[in-house]
Design a protein around this ligand. Structure first.
Ligand code: TMP
Ligand code: ASP
Length: 239
């Protein structure tokens, strides 16, 4: 098995370690939570364990539907072996229902159904606060090629289709989510995580928020919401 080496990178919610195999890395999920570009800080007890399991579960499902990711195998409660990708410095946001920053920007009340899926790109740069950019900026800045952006967009829409259908059966509405992609072996693969930190999940019946908005907005029962998502995904249970 790949042996863990030095820490290569520490983000707000995860650490990434090198291994003795240069093509592999280990992600370690923390309980630390931040919001508003690090302005708000806190801990969500057990979040790291839940996000590790949830993200791996969803990436395994996506693989079954032909979406390749960095996932190799889960090593422990908080650690996962992944392909060592070069991250494309773009956050890809997919939206089905207006919420969050989109609601603010276009004045649609949260929960307004969108006539078609919205794709947004943000430049991954904390100093600039991850500003929204479009495909012409991406080309002008040389962040990714046209071919890579075609792959990224079609993969993001496929992820949306697969996850929306899957979550619907668990009475979870997929409002929006954020993806990151990486380059591995000349291909684009899904990277980072897919979890209640990076998605908006609303209970289909009650509209209750089951994601990081509970932390961002001080709604309470944060840990319980993460637990509920884990429970529904792993139990496959309908409520
Ligand atoms: P937004 O409405 O704040 O732009 O967020 C859209 C989606 O992206 C939402 O599901 C939360 C997720 N997201 C992240 O994963 N990381 C971030 O830094 C931000 C701002 C949003
Ligand atoms: N994780 C991001 C930050 O700290 C934003 C968010 O998820 O709301 O700032």
């Amino acid at each position: 098995m790949a042996q863990m080496r030095e820490m290569m990178y520490e983000g707000k919610a995860k650490q990434v370690f090198a291994t003795d195999d240069p093509t592999l890395a280990i992600i370690h999920y923390k309980d630390d939570a931040t919001a508003f570009n690090g302005l708000k800080k806190g801990t969500i007890v057990g979040k790291g364990v839940i996000n590790n399991v949830v993200s791996n579960h969803l990436m395994t499902l996506l693989k079954e539907h032909g979406v390749e990711s960095h996932l190799v195998e889960q090593l422990s409660e908080r650690d996962t072996l992944v392909r060592r990708v070069q991250i494309v410095p773009i956050e890809v946001i997919v939206r089905n229902i207006a919420a969050g920053s989109l609601s603010k920007r276009i004045g649609y009340p949260e929960g307004t159904k969108l006539k078609s899926t919205v794709l947004e790109y943000c430049y991954k740069n904390d100093d600039l606060g991850d500003p929204m950019i479009n495909e012409t900026h991406i080309a002008a800045m040389g962040l990714a090629t046209k071919e890579e952006m075609d792959d990224i967009a079609s993969m993001a829409l496929k992820v949306n289709e697969v996850l929306t259908d899957y979550l619907k059966d668990l009475n979870i509405e997929l409002i929006d989510f954020k993806l990151e992609f990486g380059r591995f072996d000349g291909r684009i693969v899904l990277a980072d995580e897919i979890s209640p930190d990076t998605c908006r999940f609303w209970d289909s019946k009650t509209g209750e928020k089951l994601d990081k908005d509970r932390f961002r907005r001080d709604l309470g029962d944060v840990e319980e919401a993460y637990q509920e998502i884990l429970h529904r995904l792993m139990g496959g249970e309908k409520k």
